[in-house]
Design a protein around this ligand. Structure first.
Ligand code: ZN
Length: 113
């Protein structure tokens, strides 16, 4: 394989990661962009199979949805660790920690909002 520098740039990778005072996670990327994600945003975007199925089963979010105690309690990110060279595993204060967030996916989350 050639290594033509003009070939499509590689997916951005996180260059810095920090927790802000309000608990949000700030990620800086190798393409120069930076995004701030609230714990809730990250939790709602959890890509694990369980959460994907749950979201698929609840296509519409009703404003009358009753929140569980876990949802009312302030959610925080309790841990974030690299998985190989391509993803982060994120743990939340509600005990959920099976989500593997690919860098690509994380970067996309920031771009949307
Ligand atoms: Zn999940």
């Amino acid at each position: 394989m050639s290594s033509d520098p003009r070939s499509p740039s590689p997916a951005p990778i996180p260059t810095d990661l920090r927790r802000l005072d309000d608990g949000s996670i700030e990620i800086h990327w190798s393409d120069g962009s930076s995004h701030v994600h609230s714990p809730r945003t990250l939790r709602n975007a959890c890509p694990c199979a369980t959460c994907r199925e749950k979201r698929a089963a609840e296509p519409a979010v009703s404003p009358l949805t009753v929140l569980s105690p876990e949802e009312i309690r302030p959610l925080t990110v309790t841990g974030m660790k690299p998985v190989g060279q391509y993803a982060y595993s994120i743990a939340f204060s509600d005990g959920h920690e099976t989500g593997i967030y690919l860098f690509d996916y994380l970067h996309g989350l920031g771009s949307e909002g």
